[in-house]
Design a binder for this molecule. Structure first.
Ligand code: NBP
Length: 492
């Protein structure tokens, strides 16, 4: 048999797989394509792939036989059982050192497991986040690969050439070991939930309190897209608000207000709870979708539960109202990213991953759904100080939230005054105020825990005395008739 020609193999000819293959072929690579339903291979080869450096494989064996060594095979199939099924099918045909890359939206614990299992068999596993949807896959996605670092030199060139670019730099770099690539993609998706919720709240505030039409709101987003909020999601929101149905009225107003979700936001929020990180904005964004889903109850409640009336002149100065809203959106977004990076930092500690923070921000700078000008500033912040404890401690972001604060507070007050749900704006501000408060009311909380459950507390060092010693777990007999035995301390 002649020398194999395939640079890389790809399994899964749905929207992501087909587009990524065409992208790689455009960059001069020969791609071998396979799919569970083989008729889709034939269709692809005869149509979209015609005349390009793409080889159709009709079996796993044919796929593997057509690949140069070490073989590089990307899976872009439905996350879960399909990934395991293909790994099982591939193993008998692979040799030690070959590389399997899972580019689907896999949950990172699955990628941890696959990395370990394949390492034991001498196969290099890479779990790579791929973001940017159909368009990104075709013309340059954000790629977040992690796993077996030995694989990186063999895939780096292909990955970085097909990925999006930001100021000439590829939006793709090595993230870290095991499931770190899929972990970072998961947090990306969580942040995406937050950004979408914030934008939706801004739209809703303009519509309800501001009394703006969809066209006018579209104009505001168009304006914002020229400033600090310049981003893909603001851009598509502008276009959505300008889009009219055949009767000339905005299509968005005909869409049922029940949000769906596929689970990556929930995974992020659950992981934040597991690691004890206050990822409040993503959490609220997930719950906001859950609240939207109970439409029947909300309709019922709307006629039972009263709230304030919004007067026609609720907004006296429209320009000031919109400027304040822009500041609220910007500051809340900063909080969301600060929280996201707090989570990633904790994950690095918890899972013992050495993560490349400036590279993570750069990977999100282009190609993906959360791409924005703002991520360029985050990349800069982490390049200046890769150990940066919190994004809010970087001067650019400290100044930005300081400047945005007044407008942010006025916007949140307005929503409270007029009964407009704005969970993401509100939680962002509460987090900000909590984070900048040196002494929180958790003293009372600890007293309550000790009162009813003998959970003990520690004393403020400056207020220690002979009964209240620094560093000790103290239990007080608050009522005079309880026991003196304390409960085991633990961190939840
Ligand atoms: P889908 O997620 O719709 O998956 C379709 C592919 O999975 C087809 O090749 C299908 O084969 C295969 N497949 C299924 Br479904 N069940 C299978 C099974 N039990 N065994 C083997 N193969 C099976 O495709 P997609 O939207 O292109 O997404 C691919 C991956 O990329 C997913 O993990 C997705 O979450 C992720 N992702 C998608 C996007 C996006 O915008 N769509 C963005 C970023 C990441 P068949 O043709 O034989 O049915």
């Amino acid at each position: 048999m002649s020398e194999p020609k395939g640079d890389i193999g790809l399994i899964g000819l749905a929207v992501m797989g087909q587009n990524l293959i065409l992208n790689a072929a455009d960059h001069g690579y020969t791609v071998v394509a396979f799919n569970r339903t083989v008729s889709k291979v034939d269709h692809f080869i005869e149509n979209e792939a015609k005349g390009k450096s793409i080889i159709g494989a009709r079996s796993i064996q044919e796929l593997v036989d057509n690949l140069k060594r070490p073989r590089r095979i990307i899976l872009l199939v439905k996350a879960g059982a399909a990934v395991d099924a293909f790994i099982e099918q591939l193993l008998p045909y692979l040799e030690k050192g070959d590389i399997i890359i899972d580019g689907g939206n896999s949950h990172f614990p699955d990628s941890n497991r696959r990395y370990e299992e394949l390492k034991g068999k001498g196969i290099r596993f890479v779990g790579s986040g791929v973001s940017g949807g159909e368009e990104g896959a075709r013309y340059g996605p954000s790629l977040m690969p992690g796993g077996d670092a030995e694989a990186w030199p063999y895939i780096k060139e292909i990955f970085q050439s097909i990925s999006a670019k930001s100021d000439g730099e590829p939006c793709c770099d090595w993230v870290g070991p095991a499931g770190a690539g899929h972990y970072v993609k998961m947090v990306h998706n969580g942040i995406e939930y937050g950004d979408m919720q914030l934008i939706s709240e801004a739209y809703y505030i303009m519509k309800t309190v501001g009394g703006l039409t969809d066209k006018e709101i579209g104009d505001v987003f168009a304006q914002w897209n020229k400033g600090v909020l310049d981003s893909f999601l603001i851009e598509i929101t502008r276009d959505i608000l300008y889009y009219n149905d055949t009767d000339g009225t905005p299509l968005v107003e005909k869409i049922l207000d029940q949000a769906g979700q596929k689970g990556t936001g929930k995974w992020t929020a659950m992981n934040a709870l597991d690691l004890g990180i206050p990822l409040t904005l993503v959490g609220e964004a997930v719950f906001a979708r859950c609240l939207s889903a109970v439409k029947g109850e909300r309709v019922k409640a709307s006629s039972i539960l009263p709230g304030p009336q919004i007067p026609k002149d609720a907004v006296k100065d429209k320009k000031e109202f919109i400027d304040n809203l822009e500041q609220a959106l910007y500051a809340s977004k900063i909080i969301s990213y600060a929280q996201g990076f707090m989570l990633i930092r904790e994950a690095a500690k918890e899972y013992n991953w050495d993560l490349n923070f400036p590279a993570i921000a750069l990977m999100w700078r282009g190609g993906c759904i959360i791409r924005s000008v703002f991520l360029g500033e985050i990349t800069k912040a982490f390049k200046e100080d890769p150990q940066l404890e919190n994004l809010l401690f970087n001067k650019f972001f400290t100044d930005a939230v300081t400047k945005a604060q007044a407008g942010w507070r006025k916007t949140v007050s307005l929503t409270a005054e007029y009964g407009i749900p704005a969970p993401a704006f509100t939680t962002a501000l509460s987090f900000y105020d909590g984070y900048r408060t040196a002494y929180l009311p958790a003293n009372l909380l600890q007293a309550q825990r000790d009162y009813f459950g003998a959970h003990t507390f520690k004393v403020v060092p400056e207020k220690a005395n002979d009964n209240l010693k620094v560093g000790e777990a103290i239990h007080i007999n608050w009522t005079g008739h309880g026991g003196n035995v304390s409960a085991t301390t633990y961190d939840a």
